[in-house]
Design a protein around this ligand. Sequence first.
Ligand code: PNW
Length: 504
Amino acid sequence: MNSWATRRQFSNFAGSAALFASTSAHSAVAQTISAETKAADGSHARTFPKGFYWGAATSAYQIEGAWNEDGKGASVWDTYTHQPGNIKNNDNGDVANDHYHRYKEDVALLKDIGATAYRFSIAWPRILPEGTGQANPKGLDFYSRLVDELTAAGIEPFATLYHWDLPQTLQDKYGGWQSKDTANAFADYAGYIAAQLGDRVKHFFTINEFRSFVEGGYQGFDIRVGGGKTVHLGGAPGLRLSNAELNQVRHHAVLGHGLAVQAIRARGRAGIKVGFAENMLTAVPVMEAPAYIKAAETATRELNADFTTVMLEGRYTDAYLKRNGKDAPTFTDDELKIIASPLDFVGINVYKPNVYVTPSDDPAGYSRIPINASHPKMQSEWHVFDPACLYWAPHHVQSLWGATSIFITENGCGASDVIADDGKVYDSDRIMFLRAYLTQLQRATADGVPVDGYFLWSAQDNFEWMDGFGNRFGLVYVDFKTQKRTPKLSAQWFRETARRNAVA
Ligand code: PNW
């Protein structure tokens, strides 16, 4: 039977692998790898484990277009972008990369850049225009054709079930994730997809970035940027809830994840693997010394109490409940068990260090060091540059929760890419970023951290949410007027890295 049926003890989570449904021979592999990392000339070859997936990622709303075609229902992002003033230049995803019609060309490009895996998301309102009830066969058919095209190209499909495009009907009916009804509807949809595509898709991510869509969409948040300025980040559905209401939304989102895991196990074939893809907040130790590393682990566990920690431990930390007081979510023990349904892997989106920490004698066990105003950044205002986060994020996931399989579900950067006179795109900063970050990821695998694959965000330039089309994250440049695709220099770099299975 499926592994969730043999769910193990929840009381005994700390530092153990108890919540993971499958184990891997990974640490043995990692040990042999460290011996292999010397190249013939004695230099450090920075090789990744055998069978490591080299992937690129996208999401439905950001690339598909065809927003109201073939029976698709509206999503909260369709509604939100159609209201003037919400998005830079009033851009929207109505057409975006027109991927819905150009998916064959896009799969060929993925093959060209040497990807062995592709992480895409499925638009819930394309499958269930009303969120629940009658499925739309044309919507399903699109993903079925996409999966066949990928398989034929030798690219492993990894499907994300929710990358923020909630059916508008569920927003109108239930207030979206403010209600448990949405969590239940999500599980029904997830089970349906597993039943329909699970013969060919073997890896599913339930929800992408809980923190981003919950905090951005249901309250909005101010982030501090250079020069003491703050930027307000929002997103669909554009609500401004109280802290108590927001905590309940958080709880319903993780509950939806857990219910979906169970539905996928119940309705998909044996052997399907499932996890989440969260932008876990990562604490980086100021120094690589035991007390500092411990402080960074403690901080990471606590900073993620509302999402990653509760999903992997099955309880809210005491400090989280205390901190939130009367604003804490209401929940039952049964819900906590569902939320922590055993997973096959943990997916983390890693872009930046969220805090630097040092040890501390106060009860928290760590103190936060502010990020200096002059700290280097990539193009996005929020994008603090520090490759070490791609070492520490998976390291913490293993040491805190005993994960036996980890995927980096997103990593990459925006850059001010332009087509040069010779028709090429010279994104030297992206290559610098990737080389530096992947060197740290390789270090993690060489140290025995069980990372099984890496997905670069993004396969192509696309609709970058509040920033519209102005912020380019792709390995492939897209001219949004003509839909012409031009692989950037970083695409060549990625191809060489994937080919060598080592940092190029
Ligand atoms: C992710 N941060 O969002 C999303 O999953 C993608 O859809 C998005 O296009 C991509 O990263 C690039 O932005 C993030 O503030 C939003 O650290 C915010 C942050 C990171 C990622």
